[in-house]
Design a protein around this ligand. Structure first.
Ligand code: FAD
Length: 420
């Protein structure tokens, strides 16, 4: 099992059993505990943004699409209005400020020649622009609200038909890189992967893996009859078969599941790479004991993650001619930006919430892997460029938690298939 991408369609075809046993037996239980903690369960999001691409999409009124917004009183003290900004300054944000200050000082250094000043500014702008893969909700927008993720679980909502199809279609056809010489409109993985360079195939596979994960969740928490004339939430094998079994969708089903494992390894690697950065965080919620327990738990997760031998190898990407690599990275980033913006077109609030969180988490993983920075004090003493907001940390860990839960759900479906 190796995730070094060499160019074949089936590369990174890891031995899924070893990932299953690592995930289901080791990291998944720890993640479940971690994601139940206050720091990670409250996510700040704007669910009222206008769709920037089309206008005729009204929000659906399905009961299961509704999202409960947190009132100020239920939030931990450290996340209440006014409190958070001040307190987060004690986290890495403070470092960012110092860094900005340093930058400012450097740019007004009159001993520099005009030429080198220009070069410095250009370099800085370029480097800053490289950092982000997401168009993020602005923390100060009035419509930003906290949502309790545990009270609004990702599950079947009944959101189907043209609205989600348009979103997926637009992601694959317009924002996933198209095959170089193909004019075929289809977005099946086999066709899309042909003729694409490594970076573009990675892009396609992470999106497809995310799509698989979302669909596995809606199969695993579907609405079922409880036998007493009412309904309950539980796994629906029929739905899972319809979406993933070779009998229903041919070999694409297996490819889509492989893409789930692919994006899982990519986010796992991002967590491992970001570990030195997490070491410097306080995970502030206003309750010192809780915060240090969360920190301890996260460190356990990261240690377990670090020991898993099969990691995505980001060093194989954006190599070769530096100019071309830079152009490709920029294109990659622009495409991903668009995917984050399309999330504001999702017509079901619950799906929009989880879509935004997972895309934001994936974007954070890409930022960790490809920002070009060495992260954290243990690597170099003063690497102050790299910064993650609380929302990015919460999104990254939750997004990985979603993928981990999907892989765990696959085991349940496999067992159900054996006995059905
Ligand atoms: P879709 O899943 O809509 O797929 C459309 C087409 O894409 C398929 O026909 C197939 O050709 C292709 N395709 C399918 N899977 C893959 C893959 N993994 N890789 C590549 N191509 C693929 N519904 C819920 O019930 N709960 C949710 O929480 C939820 N969250 C959503 C979040 C987002 C961002 C979006 C866009 C949709 C969400 N949905 C959710 C809707 C759900 O994803 C499906 O769109 C819906 O169930 C309709 O499914 P479908 O079978 O018509 O195919």
């Amino acid at each position: 099992c190796s995730c070094k991408l060499k160019g074949g369609l089936d590369d990174c075809s890891c031995d899924v059993e070893s990932i299953d046993s690592f995930n289901n037996g080791k990291i998944h239980p720890l993640l479940e505990e971690l994601l139940g903690r206050n720091y990670f369960r409250y996510f700040k999001v704007n669910l009222n943004k206008e769709c920037p691409f089309w206008y005729d999409d009204s929000k659906c009124a399905l009961k299961d699409c509704a999202v409960d917004i947190c009132t100020e009183e239920v939030l931990p003290e450290g996340m209440r209005n006014g409190h958070e900004i001040k307190k987060y300054m004690t986290d890495s944000l403070k470092e960012k400020e110092e860094c900005d200050e340093m930058m400012e000082l450097s740019t007004v250094d009159h001993t520099l020649s005009q030429e080198s000043k220009d070069a410095f500014v250009e370099w800085t702008e370029y480097d800053d622009s490289q950092l982000s893969f997401c168009v993020m909700d602005d923390e100060d927008e009035n419509d930003m609200q906290y949502v309790d993720l545990l009270l609004n679980p990702e599950r079947y909502t009944g959101y189907k038909g043209e609205s989600p199809h348009r979103i997926w279609r637009s992601i694959y056809e317009e924002n996933c890189f198209k095959p170089v010489q193909s004019t075929r409109p289809s977005y099946s993985p086999n066709i899309v992967s042909k003729g694409l360079c490594l970076e573009k195939r990675v892009f396609y596979r992470v999106i497809s893996g995310l799509h698989s994960s979302i669909n596995i969740h809606l199969c695993a928490r579907h609405l079922l009859p409880d036998g007493w004339g009412r309904t309950k939430w539980g796994p629906k094998l029929e739905e899972f078969r319809k979406r993933f079994s070779p009998e229903s969708v041919g070999p694409q089903g297996t490819t889509r599941l492989k893409n789930l494992y692919f994006v899982y390894l990519l986010e796992l690697r991002a967590l491992v790479k970001a570990a030195p950065y997490f070491l410097n965080q306080t995970f502030y919620t206003g309750d010192q004991r809780e915060d240090s327990e969360v920190r301890q738990l996260l460190m356990e997760v990261l240690e377990v993650a670090r020991q898993f031998p099969y990691q995505f190898d980001e060093n194989t990407m954006f190599q070769g001619d530096p100019k071309e690599a830079r152009r490709l990275k920029e294109e990659f980033r622009q495409h991903f930006w668009n995917v984050t913006r399309i999330m504001d077109c999702v017509g079901c609030d619950k799906c929009r919430l989880w879509g935004k969180l997972q895309v934001h988490g994936l974007g954070t993983a890409l930022k960790v892997l490809f920002s070009g920075d060495i992260i954290g004090r243990t690597d170099i003493p003063h690497n102050r460029q790299f910064h993650m907001t609380r929302r990015e940390i919460v999104a990254l860990v939750n997004a990985f938690g979603r993928l981990s839960k999907s892989i765990r759900a696959l085991e349940d479906f496999k067992n159900m298939m054996k006995t059905s």
